[in-house]
Design a binder for this molecule. Structure first.
Ligand SMILES: CCC/C=C/C(=O)SCCNC(=O)CCNC(=O)[C@H](O)C(C)(C)COP(=O)([O-])OP(=O)([O-])OC[C@H]1O[C@@H](n2cnc3c(N)ncnc32)[C@H](O)[C@@H]1OP(=O)([O-])[O-]
Length: 195
């Protein structure tokens, strides 16, 4: 599932909750769909921060659900709805953003990573390709050669390498949620002053 918190001011904080790695189970996909919809339709909310509980952004698809039939909202429309949101969505990446978790972050409009975070598209190690926009969004962001390297090797990169490659916009050693909310607040103030 996903928790929705209205932060005083104009920010909605959406927290993925699915221990141990906040994988994108049916309940989490439903939670993200519902909370993003709620944030977008609330006129008081000007920007959204997406994070994961317990120091982990998201470990990707929930491998515990691979054996059963697909239930819950599909991943791709859920991720596309974030990209299409008319309010800025900031990914606060702590711990890991892997597979569908990185694809989720790639659909956000700004990515801040904690200095100890690791990011990657390990689908190839499971015999899969990134199927939720990673093969489009990553090359657009960092170029085809660098994206292909990550997609065909499945290797994880550090936050610093992700910053150098252009996968994330900012790296912090501070409290990731506070840094992301502060950034979202300033982004919404700038946007408001121009509208
Ligand atoms: C259409 C597109 C579809 C998308 C596809 C994808 O996203 S494919 C990409 C899918 N993602 C991946 O391929 C990521 C695969 N995972 C990893 O690379 C590593 O587990 C880690 C780096 C996340 C953590 O390393 P670490 O050495 O710190 O810890 P650890 O390894 O000991 O694991 C701790 C616990 O977490 C559990 N668990 C882990 N991942 C998942 C998951 N996705 N789900 C559920 N559970 C997961 C693991 O079973 C274990 O549980 P236990 O036994 O304690 O009950």
């Amino acid at each position: 599932m996903a928790r929705y918190t209205r932060i005083p001011g104009s920010i909605a904080l959406i927290t993925l909750m699915n221990p141990p790695v906040n994988a994108l189970s049916a309940a989490v996909r439903q939670g993200i769909t519902d909370t993003v919809g709620r944030a977008v339709s609330d006129p008081e909310v000007k920007a959204v921060v997406l994070c994961g509980e317990n120091g982990k952004f998201c470990g990707g698809a929930d491998i515990r659900e691979f054996a059963g039939p697909m239930t819950g909202p599909p991943l791709i429309p859920m991720i596309d709805a974030i990209e299409a949101a008319e309010k800025p969505v900031v990914a606060a990446i702590e711990g890991i953003a892997l597979g569908g978790g990185l694809e989720l972050a790639l659909a956000c409009h700004y990515r801040i990573a904690h200095v100890k975070a690791r990011l990657g598209l390990p689908e190839v190690t499971l015999g899969l390709l990134p199927g939720a926009g990673g093969t489009q969004r990553l090359p657009r962001l960092i170029g085809v050669p660098a994206a292909l390297d990550l997609i065909v090797t499945g290797r994880h990169v550090s936050a610093q390498e992700a910053l150098k490659l252009g996968i994330v916009d900012q790296v912090t050693d501070g409290n990731i949620q506070e840094v992301a909310m502060e950034f979202a607040q300033s982004m919404s103030a700038t946007l408001n002053s121009r509208c």
